[in-house]
Write a protein that binds this ligand. Structure first.
Ligand code: DX5
Ligand code: ZN
Length: 229
């Protein structure tokens, strides 16, 4: 994975057909997405459950781009090895998931995978400062994590701007997760984001038998973001 700040669209398969991940992934990749965002939830750190490393391992062969795994689980450390073995390219853990985020990021890096730090809407940008040299990506939650289809929280845009200033010329992506549409994408792109996760924004209206809609949704978000970057 080489680093650049070009806009990347990462559809979240949380909004895909769970009985058909293989074909859904093929459809979004054929329709031009850059990464595939995989939301892992434990029903404890967030009030919803999705799936674990076995499902990640099963979908891995279907992903030709980048497998971006977002862990909404606590504790995280006992499972890092399993997600690395499942084939994640990026493993993102939440700053709020426990008292030892520094150790968690070290453990992710030790597997040879890219390390991401996710921060909830109620958590300040400053949590990044002490771990800045341990991360490849910071994921700014623009909804409270747990569910797709929630409303974008506008107060997070200033946080994106602060993070962009803190990162400077380091090779650290700023990813935005939650409520991304062609209307909200330009706001975060202008503030310094380069990776846009979109679940409902990509999948709604389409299906594996009508994948052109996925392509139109991806293209609309990308165009709106690029025009603002
Ligand atoms: C929320 C997840 C997101 C979610 C985004 O907890 O981390 O990745 O799928 O969904 P939308 O784009 O519908 O807000
Ligand atoms: Zn996510």
């Amino acid at each position: 994975m080489s680093f650049d700040r070009k806009i990347k669209i990462a559809p979240s398969i949380l909004s895909a057909d769970f009985a058909n991940f293989g074909q859904e992934i093929r459809a979004i990749e054929d329709q031009g997405c850059d990464w595939v965002h995989v939301d892992v939830m434990d029903g404890h750190f967030v009030p919803n459950l999705t799936f674990g490393p076995a499902t990640c391992k099963a979908i891995r062969p279907h992903i030709r781009t980048v497998m971006d795994v977002h862990l909404m689980i606590a504790p995280v450390d006992p499972y890092i090895e399993a997600f690395a073995e499942a084939g994640a390219d990026i493993i993102t853990a939440h700053a709020e998931a426990g008292p030892h985020i520094h150790r968690t990021l070290q453990a992710i890096r030790a597997t040879g995978k890219k390390a991401g730090l996710a921060i909830n809407p109620g958590t300040p940008a400053e949590v990044l400062a002490p771990v800045l040299d341990l991360v490849d990506l910071v994921c700014v939650m623009t909804v409270n994590p747990g569910f797709g289809g929630q409303k974008f929280i506008h107060s997070q845009i200033d946080k994106v701007r602060s993070l962009r200033a803190m990162i400077g010329d380091r090779p650290v992506h700023i990813e935005i997760d939650g409520g991304i549409t062609p209307e909200t994408a330009p706001l975060v792109a202008a503030a310094g984001a380069d990776v846009l996760v979109a679940g409902s924004g990509v999948f709604s209206g389409g299906s594996v038998s009508n994948p052109d809609i996925y392509g139109k949704n991806i293209a609309a978000i990308r165009a709106a973001a690029e025009a603002a970057q």
